[in-house]
Design a protein around this ligand. Structure first.
Ligand code: AMP
Length: 300
């Protein structure tokens, strides 16, 4: 496994690998897994999928300052390069890209990539500018690495929708591969930010997966269950947890993210497209997100 901190060195390495493959008459399929580090099993699942589908796997670890708002947790975001490298090694990563902020943004960036509409809802409404930071850094990574495939977790379902839209609109020659949410045994979705939670908050946070799971079961049990009913159930059960401070409870079509009207049916028979049930909730100072996607075939 090789580690790179400079864009030029990573590019030269990938170019040499592509050249060597071409010499043997082969294509080099590169899989990219972009992360902010402090890696856990959720990230590992992306790496494993990438390992199984590509000749070369690149992991990027970069806490991207431009996707954090002024009052968000950029400074205190957890970092542990040594542990990340050990996990990467264990998952068979070929190249780790760990640039400094100066390497990625030598000067304040004047060029940004912005996806309209999709970024104005859900997390975009409470985190203005967040997705512009995400699409800008992911565009840079796509240009630097030129992957055949890039892997993103459904944990950040809106991010998957936004990146897929950007990829299509800007003709990036990259296949976006969404990966299922990895959860703790008790249901809590893995997140680098879980480390901020006090033991009481950690326990209270289980209300998210519990409520979402119940919502999914209700929608799949048949009967004409509506978006309004599910939204009311979720608001009641999450709102009933004293440590939970709801940012949003949303039901939208996926990946279009248009909100479903309260009267729209969520059961299999009544639904035209996949539906996303997404929540963002604060526990103390920690904002957690979670979701389930109802598909015609079941749930992601
Ligand atoms: P992050 O380091 O939080 O920016 O996440 C990097 C990638 O890992 C993103 O595509 C996330 O959606 C994905 N990811 C984070 N947590 C999970 C999880 N619990 N299950 C699956 N993917 C995840």
């Amino acid at each position: 496994m090789k580690t790179f901190t400079e864009i030029r060195a990573l590019r030269e390495h990938l170019q040499a690998e592509r050249f060597a493959a071409a010499g043997k008459g082969e294509d080099l399929r590169v899989g990219l897994v972009p992360t902010m580090g402090y890696l856990h099993e959720g990230h590992a699942s992306l790496l494993r999928k990438a390992r199984g589908e590509n000749d070369l796997v690149v992991l990027s670890v970069f806490v991207n300052p431009i996707q954090f708002g002024p009052n968000e947790d950029f400074e205190r975001y957890p970092r542990d390069a040594e542990k990340d490298l050990a996990l990467a090694e264990r998952e068979g990563v070929d190249a780790v890209f760990m640039p400094s902020v100066e390497e990625m943004y030598p000067r304040p960036t004047w060029t940004k990539v912005k996806v309209a509409e999709l970024t104005e809802r859900l997390c975009g409404a409470s985190r203005p500018g967040h997705f512009d930071g995400v699409t800008t850094v992911v565009s840079k990574l796509f240009h630097i690495v030129q992957p055949a495939r890039a892997y993103f977790g459904q944990k950040d379902a809106q991010q998957v929708a936004v990146i897929a839209q950007m990829t299509e609109d800007l003709n990036f020659d990259v296949e976006i591969v969404p990966c299922p949410i990895v959860r703790e045994a008790d249901g809590l979705a893995l997140s680098s930010r879980n480390v901020y939670l006090s033991p009481e908050e950690r326990k209270a946070a289980l209300v998210l997966s519990r409520s979402l799971l119940q919502a999914r079961e209700k929608a799949q049990a048949g009967g004409a269950v509506t978006a309004g009913e599910i939204r009311a159930d979720l608001t009641r059960s999450i709102g009933g947890e004293p440590l939970a401070d709801i940012d949003y409870v949303e039901i939208a079509d996926f990946p279009g993210l248009s909100p479903l009207a309260d009267t729209e049916r969520l059961d299999d028979a009544g639904r035209g497209a996949d539906a996303l049930i997404a929540v963002a909730v604060k526990f103390g100072t920690t904002r957690l997100i979670d979701n389930v996607i109802l598909t015609k075939k079941g749930m992601a």
